[in-house]
Design a protein. Sequence first.
Length: 362
Amino acid sequence: MKRISVKSIVIFFATTLTIGACKKNNNNDAPVKGLDAVMLADLLNGHAPKFETFTVDGAAGGVITTTKGTKFHVSGNAFITAAGQPVTGPVSISIKEIRDVSAMILADKATVTSDGRLLESYGEFFVKAAQGAQVLGLRPNNDSGIRVQVPARAAANGANKEVPMWSGDTTITLTQYGYNHINQPVTVTSQVQAVKGVAWNQIPFSFAFFNSTNSSMDFKLDSLLRWVNCDALASSPNPKTTVMAYFTNHFNTETAVSFGGEQPTMLFFKPKNLNTLVKFYNVILSAPTGKDGFHSYQSSIPIGQEGTFLAISALNGQLYAEQKTVVIGTPSGSDNYTTVSFDLQPVDATSLLALINGMNSK
């Protein structure tokens, strides 16, 4: 979980306000404070994958099959209470599953490691278990636990024979320094949603293995109540560059001061023929007119990579978007970056959802 100081946020926020006061939004309209981000978040969340809930016997276990065909083999006596006691009787298991790029966009769960490397996903999962109102955990050191089998095709070169498991962190910790009612120093921490959606970190010594008999990626859940991902690192022999993505219009300037995970302007990139999604969330600072937008991680996108961008913005209650297929170019001259520009057009919610679903086939 990443930690960020509010002191740094206040300085950045004040700087951004000063910059913003000297330039107009390139749509010549001030954004509706906070409402655009909420409108876009509500639209995406309303169509994001939902939990599927199943019931198994805590003592006997059972096999669960999701609507996407993923099998969860729950062993007997797999669950314990918060006090460490074994669980018998009916157990409710809820599973949220992300298997394609459109779901990654809607759920804001891109497949990039915490240090900016691209991941090709075989599935992202969040699993929780409860008995009544009591939240349950998995029995430690249980060799059986919950075994997962995700439908998958064999890679032609055997690249998916063994892929790492990743743990997803969706929050950052804000630390505030101040004084209490008797003027004593106080430190207060709180958690907020990360604007990158999720940060994937490799789980040490944990892997998913391709099962040629069942055509599945098989792995074991070692804990609940966190995002897990069975992903292969996407490799490319090409040199990498930083991509500067310019919104020539309809960029909502409130995006630069969004620390709660809700951004009124968003940008995603899907490499061609890969079940991979990159979210550009680093806002370009001090941008002149027509150069507002985002940049990638430094030196992270392969030169020559073909792929499709989806630029989305909500501004003054109106949705805008552009889907654009590009080949990542070589930096010009002595530049250490390459550029892509977007010209967003008005869309309604139905059209935007169609663009998002269309990213699956890119």
